[in-house]
Design a binder for this molecule. Structure first.
Ligand code: SF4
Length: 495
């Protein structure tokens, strides 16, 4: 049950708030940003008539804001806010007032904000920037960044065993009498060749048995049954390319560069030239960057921004993206990458990794080098050729139809049909393109700020759902910080 409005009481101790300096960041934020939208945003997630009176949504949202601004845990922010005058002033409570329990923060985050449209939090701050005339540019800059999962990457056998143990534990804890009816965990050794297969069959059987015995399962059991089903259905698991954590099954393994990999999530961002984040898409770490362009564009527009130019790296130069931008009269300041703008067609399971700039073959081998055939200026079609280590191909179980015995090389070529991209190739050589593409790195600074100061280097919670909440809230916080700077630049007296 929600109170009708905020009830502030004045206190004799409120005089203490005079000690908070006028130029304190929180005073500026309070003066510039309107947080009251949160009440309407989460209203529907509360029961109107029943339950104990809820803590004010704005108080809890401001606490979440402080938590991300100062990069603290749920417990720490409550402890700090209890003794920090500036925090208490910002929260709108009296110095002697108690703070909500830390557990209320996670409930508010997941069940109120998560249940509502958490993206509206970003929409609100972008709208406030537009209303204040802070966004003038019609350009957006796109980029993706990585967040390491909070859990460890596991081998397929460990993922399967872990998922099975967690499901067994959840069922036995709630229904101890069912223990004997559940299939027993097989004893397999990791060096056993078919160990993962045995465990995969066991997990499938265990999941089916639980569903038969407990058709109306709910709560923790349902969560674990879902994870077991997801793992069993993941065809890529046994080749180390699919689910790699029973605790965080949405996280994925991917490459950051030729030598660096990561396990977790990707945040795809669109940002205006004024450095205000206008759209966010969160995916598992292995997802393609370029495919998020249409979503980022539509979200930016839905947030009230007109777009006539997009600046991004080669990952966004796919032919569908170029076609969409052309249709929408948007100038793409996007360097062409032959592999990417080939259109995503991948022969026989060969996959290009933009960050590492290599091709991975169906057997999981990386190309060792690449070469371009044909000249850019010639205007004729060119090919990009990736070379594989033939010594590995000679012993590869998938070599049939891929590598001819005794061949001196194994290559994978991608042909670029020049006339399809003529216009863009010419634009790429122009001075305008060279000048505009220099704006792209500013989004990398934003990514660095989110990671360095606001905890986006590592996922604070598990699962894509919670990762989305973490990202949207962080985008809200960095936008608010930027908003204060932009207002100060407009009205120096505030600074
Ligand atoms: S033959 Fe070579 S390139 Fe082909 S799948 Fe096997 S290792 Fe990869």
């Amino acid at each position: 049950m929600l109170h009708a409005g905020r009830q502030l009481t004045t206190s004799f101790h409120a005089e203490l708030y005079n000690l908070v300096p006028e130029e304190h960041l929180l005073r500026k934020i309070h003066c510039i940003v309107d947080f009251s939208f949160i009440h309407e945003l989460v209203e529907n997630s509360y029961c109107k008539y029943y339950g104990r009176p809820a803590n004010e949504p704005e108080l809890l949202f401001r606490l979440l804001f402080l938590q991300i601004l100062y990069n603290l845990s749920d417990e720490r922010i409550v402890q700090e806010a209890q003794v920090n005058l500036a925090y208490k002033w910002f929260l709108g409570i009296n110095p002697e007032d108690p703070l909500p329990d830390a557990s209320q923060l996670s409930r508010f985050r997941n069940h109120r904000l998560g249940a509502s449209q958490v993206e509206d939090v970003l929409k609100q701050v972008v709208s406030q920037c537009v209303e204040k005339g802070l966004i003038k540019s019609k350009t957006i800059i796109l980029d993706a960044t990585h967040t390491q999962a909070g859990s460890q990457k596991q081998r397929p056998l460990d993922v399967l065993r872990d998922a099975a143990k967690r499901l067994l534990r959840a069922v036995v804890k709630r229904h101890p009498k069912l223990e004997k009816k559940l299939p027993a965990l097989p004893r397999v050794k990791s060096e056993q060749e078919d160990a993962a297969q045995i465990m995969l069959h066991y997990l499938a059987k265990l999941g089916e048995t639980v569903e038969e015995l407990l058709p109306d399962h709910e709560g923790a059991i349902s969560d674990k049954v879902q994870i077991a089903k997801q793992i069993v259905a993941d065809e890529r698991l046994l080749s180390h390319k699919g689910i790699l954590s029973a605790i965080d099954p949405d996280a994925r393994f991917a490459w950051k560069s030729q030598t660096k990999s990561f396990f977790g999530y990707k945040e795809h961002l669109a940002m205006s030239e004024e450095e205000i984040i206008t759209a966010v898409v969160v995916t598992p770490g292995s997802n393609d960057d370029g495919k998020q362009l249409p979503l980022l564009l539509s979200q930016t527009r839905a947030n009230g921004i007109t777009v006539t130019e997009i600046i991004a790296d080669t990952a966004y130069s796919g032919k569908d993206n170029l076609a969409e931008m052309k249709e929408e009269s948007i100038q793409p300041v996007v360097p062409l990458n032959p592999v990417v703008h080939h259109g995503g067609e991948r022969q026989g399971g060969f996959e290009y990794n933009k960050d590492a700039d290599f091709v991975i073959c169906p057997a999981g081998q990386h190309s060792t080098r690449k070469a371009m055939q044909g000249s850019k200026q010639s205007g004729k079609s060119r090919s990009l050729v990736f070379y594989f280590d033939v010594e590995k191909c000679k012993t590869c179980p998938l070599s049939e139809g891929c590598y001819k015995p005794n061949s001196k090389s194994k290559t994978y070529s991608i042909r670029i049909i020049a006339e399809h991209f003529k216009e863009q190739i010419e634009f790429e050589l122009s001075d305008t393109f060279k000048e505009r593409i220099k704006r792209r790195p500013i989004i990398e600074h934003k990514n660095a700020e989110m990671k360095r100061f606001h905890g986006m280097a590592t996922a604070k919670y598990r699962g894509l759902f919670r990762m989305r909440i973490q990202t949207y809230l962080t985008a809200f916080v960095v936008n608010v910080k930027r908003m204060v700077k932009l207002v100060e630049q407009k009205q120096p007296a505030l600074g």
